[in-house]
Ligand binder design. Structure first.
Ligand SMILES: CC(C)(COP(=O)(O)OP(=O)(O)OC[C@H]1O[C@@H](n2cnc3c(N)ncnc32)[C@H](O)[C@@H]1OP(=O)(O)O)[C@@H](O)C(=O)NCCC(=O)NCCS
Length: 162
């Protein structure tokens, strides 16, 4: 059975591994292995992830199958508590299409009951995630570009009223 929990500091290495594996599976057709290595080493360092797990204003959740972490999500409130921002949502490849991503989003909405909407950004070539969010009721509202470690990223900004 899949259960949802707040991440604990001792989960950090399993989360880091999950992020590297899902990033590789998702983005290897979009970015070079060197770019994935560089981005994940910066964004998913043990120091940064530990700080985020300890941050009480960040909802850092994990989906577990027994003791195994099979998915994770980060969300926080912005704009004076009116808007939920989802920063990460990753399910390990062999557990995708089992309703876990939908379940993690439901839990985020329950955690921030006063929010009026959810916002997030998706890499513009990540078609599967764009389809998933559209099925969840998100709409495209714009685009954003980033430069990280000399890698140019274009993201679609999406939102959903809750
Ligand atoms: C995108 C992601 C979070 C979706 O989570 P998930 O647990 O696989 O999705 P769910 O099982 O809850 O899917 C709900 C519905 O979304 C749609 N959907 C989900 N994944 C899809 C895919 N790969 N292709 C087409 N539709 C998809 C389907 O309609 C699905 O319902 P169905 O399986 O009954 O048809 C997950 O696939 C993932 O982690 N991908 C890699 C990382 C990533 O891209 N994260 C998002 C970055 S912003």
């Amino acid at each position: 059975m899949i259960t949802i929990h707040r991440a604990k500091v001792e989960d950090v290495y399993e989360i880091k591994k999950l992020l590297f594996n899902t990033w590789t599976a998702t983005y290897s057709n979009i970015y070079s292995p060197e770019a994935i290595e560089l981005i994940t080493s910066r964004w998913h360092s043990v120091v940064l992830l530990t700080k985020q797990i300890k941050n009480p204003s960040l909802f850092f959740s994990v989906a577990k199958d027994g003791n195994k972490i099979v998915g994770m999500c980060n969300a926080t409130l912005t704009q004076g508590g009116k808007v939920i921002n989802i920063q990460r949502l990753h399910i390990i490849p062999e557990y995708q299409r089992r309703g876990i991503g939908s379940k993690l989003i439901e839990e985020v909405i329950k955690t921030f009951p006063k929010a009026l909407k959810i916002e997030l950004e998706v890499e513009k070539q990540n078609e599967r995630a764009l389809t998933f969010y559209q099925k969840q009721g998100f709409q495209r509202i714009g685009k954003k570009t980033f430069e990280i470690a000399s890698v140019h990223m274009t993201c679609v900004v999406m939102e959903k009223l809750v």
